[in-house]
Design a protein around this ligand. Structure first.
Ligand code: KG4
Ligand code: ZN
Length: 372
């Protein structure tokens, strides 16, 4: 049994997973740092990094126990190398490299964004690219084409705030504290989105923008002042949620064939749609996305625990997107994988793989890593 051990520490979830063939989750243990950061109203990077380091040994034990496996069963170690908080990423990469050296196993540095897409392969193991992805998280609202494994082309993104960031800020304005997205989702369930309507952002092309909507909410709350009731808050949460969700889906809609085209087999192109990332856990987005995509393409939305940050998706990405087992770090210029060569020309994307038990550290942490 050759399993991939995944490690995710990019932000405020510490997670360890064991995944078979990049498609089957044997264990996916997740520790959320919500309680640690709540009193500060957001993630405190230094506290987050230290907590990752303290939790990882125990989570590793737990993952092996749940999977009924041991280190001998591990063929590859996968760890998030970016994007994320620098100190947090360093903890995960340091631990992964330590284990790689101790067990003589290769270590693969994975792009967190790719991981979110690969959560869909854990949800529907037969799913293959090409696909269209909508990745909505705390820092991203990206529409991406994935023509094949390990290749992504961004066709739409946000001009300002990401959808998750917008939810978090709106939640704070509504007095919901951190973490905002899930709290706003809950409050919106008891609200009426039509009672206190908010504008729906709509830019030309495939660009998103949520900062104007955020300001509209701020003014609405200011106008209500002290008279604001709990029902007002719930109505505004529902209106805000509806504006974000419909805006996200409007651009997705533009990329899909119409139902008529599908019936005439004239749509071509996109047959598979993946919506993923933390915001894909949102109740309204899940319901509306199913309606918008129905009859036009096949929709895969991972279950909520695979939408928010987790290590199983990192293991899946390492196994399915990377070069064949044994191939060493894909650095440009004749395959040299010395640290100096890697700094001069870092490997494209995610797959920076150490030979296993090597004496140097080829995984480069990149807090602002993009799609490639
Ligand atoms: O993917 P993720 O766990 O971490 C990042 O990579 O950023 O996404 C976190 C984001 C946060 O902004 C959080 O508020 C949002 O996802 N989120 C939600 C929900 N659950 C998480 N937003 C709206 N509704 C939810 N149910
Ligand atoms: Zn994420």
């Amino acid at each position: 049994m050759a399993l991939t051990l995944g490690i995710e520490t990019s932000c405020d979830e510490t997670s360890v997973a064991l995944v078979e063939n990049g498609r089957r989750v044997l264990a996916n243990v997740i520790h959320s740092q919500v309680d640690l950061h709540r009193e500060f109203g957001g993630v405190v990077p230094e506290l987050a990094a230290r907590d990752h380091l303290e939790r990882l040994p125990n989570l590793l034990d737990l993952a092996f126990e749940q999977a009924g496996a041991g280190p001998d069963d591990v063929g590859l170690i996968a760890v998030t190398r970016g994007p994320g908080l620098a100190g947090c990423l360093l903890v995960g990469v340091g631990v992964a490299e330590g284990l790689g050296a101790a067990w003589s196993r290769p270590v693969s540095g994975v792009n967190h964004l790719w991981g979110h897409i690969y959560a869909a392969m854990l949800t529907r193991p037969e799913l293959e690219p090409p696909l269209l992805g909508l990745v909505v998280s705390g820092a991203h609202s990206d529409l991406v084409r994935m023509p094949e494994h390990g290749r992504f082309e961004v066709i739409g993104r946000t001009r300002d705030d990401a959808a998750g960031e917008a939810f978090d800020k709106a939640a704070r304005m509504l007095g919901l504290g951190y973490p905002g997205g899930p709290a706003l989702d809950r409050l919106a369930r008891s609200g009426n989105p039509n009672r206190r309507r908010l504008p729906r952002p709509s830019l030309a092309g495939l660009e998103y923008s949520f900062s104007g909507l955020k300001t509209a909410l701020l003014y609405r709350l200011r106008d209500l002042g002290r008279d604001v009731t709990d029902q007002d808050r719930a109505d505004l949460a529902a209106a805000f949620e509806q504006s974000v969700v419909e805006s996200l889906l409007e651009k997705l809609d533009q990329c899909l064939p119409t139902r008529g085209e599908v019936a005439r087999r004239a749509g071509g192109g996109i047959q598979e749609v993946v919506i993923c990332g933390g915001v894909a856990a949102n109740t309204l987005l899940r319901r509306r996305a199913a309606e918008v995509v129905s009859g036009r393409a096949r929709l895969t939305m991972p279950p909520p625990e695979l939408c928010t940050d987790n290590a199983a998706m990192i293991a899946a990405a390492a196994q399915l997107a990377s070069p064949p087992r044994g191939e060493v770090a894909r650095s440009a210029g004749g395959g040299s994988h010395s640290p100096a060569a890697q700094l001069a020309s870092p490997p494209r994307g995610e797959v920076a793989r150490s030979a296993g038990g090597g004496s140097h550290s080829p995984i480069q942490v990149d807090p602002s890593l993009g799609w490639d």
